[in-house]
Design a protein around this ligand. Structure first.
Ligand code: ZN
Length: 675
């Protein structure tokens, strides 16, 4: 039997071969299409319409999920070829599904039927989400508007990809080869790479480029101020009118904003920001802007202090009379080292893998009344470990894989992905399964792997996503675990978990020096916290500037006003450091013009506020009950983790916190409290 077609239990990774993929995909997609035919002819009830559709789509999702997972963590030429050959088939299926007019009509009938009122909250929400997505996809438009809608979407997709191509071409086009007199201060590994880059072109010297691994260290470390200035100017004018006209993103920006406005109009909204917010937790552009501006107002005094200190330090210690944009990273790095330097290498000695992982499990076990134990399962690589979670009565709650070390065959970064989602199928309850994937350094020389504090934060973060998926109590696929959770609320459980890594009472129990077995010294911990909060005001204002620009650009479309003019206005209100007039930041703001973040950049700060404020509920109890407070943990589990996407995130937050979110905890966690 084809292991990809076996849905009776855990994925059969040990047997799965590339030749299994195409036959399984073809069979499952054919079954999916047959199901669509069948359910659109059947009466509209949950059991005869939604349930069979969910079953068929779940099978496709689960099978393809295994393939996509292997493609990400165990790449090989054979697998890549099969993956790329089958991906378009899968994409095509989901596109068809999203545009199927008959399905849309069926969902409408179901929501208008007498049965609807009797459905559970979770099921109602699944139907409402489906209707919402059909509407946002243009399903309700009359034929001529539908055609225009499709044309706009097409042009937007093309413009977005052109935007990133231009940026990439402009980035690649620049290189600067310098001689020995100009490389002072730059770290050796960066110089080695620069030397190699020059040699490749048959040149003597060192070649620097605008790619981040070359550009960032130059800005941070190069003592040659003119070198920094040149690199800065080249970087912030990429894909603008100052370079090759073919790569100028300025007309694309205007066109993208105009098209998004038109698309919003077709759907009956006043602007694109409103469209973007429909499936999100935030309610309106006005609410988001008020939120961002409030945060900016409160962070501003701290940012002003950061800048004043930096100017003074640059003048006194670096001989820089007037701090310019190309001095900021350089002077900041020098100031950071002077004040807070500690060695990452030293910190690492306190975080052997076993101790860190055990510390993480202990936090989750204590807070949520669960037990985590190693277990057996078919694996895709010998590095992989497998665990099960049981409740206090011993019942299986969920299972997860941990694949922590970097490998040549694994894509970069860290992420959580769902393998199986919790749901009820008749009398049987299907328990959830998750993949946790990281790229940490592996054990060498017979010693355990040692994690940096950043890596420990990443581990807690991804595990937070995992708990959101695994501790759900929802039994309907579409809103179980992380399914159906609003995009701007999905980082709440993950960022929430990170807080425990900054908690002395937690950290001292999850650190043990590899040689001496001593816990992390308090003085070192204090330095780490201070370093974390270094220039946090300045950093926050910068993010807020981008977020306000993005939201206003999509909320108040004004023909004739350029993106640059708007950005200038936003900077006038928010920024404490003004860049030079030639700065063309919008031309490389890929997040909103080529990525999925249009009128959504605010979500970074939004989710941080939610997670910090949720964590503050634990801090408020810590005096009397310690930070790992069981009753608060239970409430967090019940009101946030367990409910998944079955109700609006705002409702879940209010249920947990008893009030609306406030920004106080985030400011406090970043060291921004009035002295
Ligand atoms: Zn995340």
């Amino acid at each position: 039997m084809n292991p990809l077609l076996d849905f009776s239990g855990l994925p059969r990774f040990a047997e799965l071969q590339p030749q299994h993929i195409a036959p399984a995909v073809d069979q499952l997609l054919a079954e999916g299409r047959a199901t669509i035919e069948r359910v659109t002819a059947a009466p509209v009830t949950w059991d005869s319409f939604v349930a069979p559709l969910e079953d068929a789509n779940e099978r496709i999702g689960r099978a393809w999920g295994q393939v996509a997972h292997l493609h990400a963590v165990l790449d090989s030429p054979e697998l890549r070829e099969v993956y790329n050959a089958n991906l378009p088939k899968i994409t095509q299926y989901w596109t068809e599904l999203g545009q199927n007019q008959r399905l849309f009509e069926k969902y409408k009938q179901l929501s208008a039927s007498p049965e609807f009122a009797a459905l559970s909250k979770a099921r109602k929400r699944i139907v409402e989400n489906a209707l919402r997505d059909f509407r946002l996809g243009g399903a309700e438009l009359p034929p001529e508007k539908k055609a225009r809608f499709a044309k706009i979407q097409e042009e937007l997709a093309r413009s977005g990809s052109r935007f990133s191509e231009n940026l990439l071409d402009a980035t690649k086009a620049f290189g600067l080869v310098v001689d020995e007199s100009r490389i002072g201060g730059i770290p050796q590994d960066v110089l080695d790479a620069a030397r190699e880059a020059a040699e490749k072109e048959g040149k003597a010297g060192w070649k620097f480029t605008l790619h981040a691994p070359s550009y960032m260290p130059v800005m941070q470390y190069a003592d040659d101020r003119r070198l920094r200035e040149t690199m800065y100017r080249e970087s912030v004018t990429r894909a603008s009118e100052f370079g090759n006209p073919e790569w100028d993103n300025t007309p694309l920006i205007a066109r993208i904003v105009e098209l998004r406005g038109e698309l919003a109009g077709l759907l009956g909204y006043r602007n694109f920001a409103e469209v973007s917010l429909v499936p999100k937790m935030a309610e309106s552009p006005q609410q988001v802007l008020a939120f961002l501006e409030d945060l900016a107002r409160r962070a501003r005094p701290f940012a002003e202090k950061d800048v004043a200190e930096l100017r003074e330090f640059a003048r006194r210690e670096l001989g820089i009379a007037e701090l310019q944009s190309w001095d900021v990273a350089y002077a900041s790095e020098k100031l950071r080292v002077e004040r807070y330097a500690f060695s990452e290498q030293e910190v690492k000695q306190y975080f052997p893998e076993e101790v860190a992982v055990h510390g993480l499990f202990r936090v989750a076990e204590t807070l949520y009344g669960i037990r985590i134990k190693a277990a057996e399962a078919p694996r895709w690589h010998e590095d992989v470990r497998f665990y099960e979670i049981r409740d206090s009565a011993g019942a299986l709650v969920g299972q997860f894989y941990m694949d922590l070390y970097a490998r040549d065959t694994k894509r970069g970064g860290a992420w959580m992905d769902d393998a199986i989602t919790r749901r009820r199928k008749g009398n049987a309850l299907q328990t959830p399964v998750a993949y946790l994937t990281c790229n940490f350094s592996r054990p060498v020389g017979g010693r355990p792997a040692l994690f940096t504090h950043d890596e420990v934060l990443t581990l807690f973060h991804e595990f937070g996503h995992g708990l959101h998926h695994l501790l759900t109590r929802i039994e309907d696929l579409g809103v179980s675990g992380i399914n159906g959770v609003e995009w701007d609320a999905v980082e709440l459980p993950s960022q929430f978990m990170e807080n425990f890594c900054w908690e002395w009472d937690v950290l001292r129990h999850m650190t043990r020096h590899i040689d001496t077995a001593a816990p992390l010294p308090r003085a070192l911990f204090d330095k780490m916290v201070a370093a974390k909060n270094f220039q946090s005001g300045l950093g926050m204002l910068r993010q807020l500037e981008f977020a306000v620009f993005d939201m206003r650009l999509h909320a108040e479309y004004q023909p004739g006003r350029t993106a640059l003019q708007l950005l200038d206005e936003v900077r006038g209100r928010i920024a404490v450091l003004r860049p030079p007039a030639y700065n063309r930041f919008p031309n490389n703001f890929s997040h909103i013009f080529a990525g999925g973040y249009a009128a959504g950049y605010y979500s970074y700060k939004w989710a941080e506020v939610l997670s910090a404020d949720a964590y503050a509920a634990f801090e408020e109890m810590s005096e009397s009950h310690g930070i790992l407070n069981v009753s608060t943990g239970e409430r967090f589990r019940d009101e946030i983790l367990a409910v998944g996407g079955s109700r609006p995130a705002a409702e879940s937050f209010r249920a947990f916190r008893g009030r609306e979110p406030t920004v106080d905890a985030l400011l406090r966690h970043n060291g921004m409290t009035a002295a």
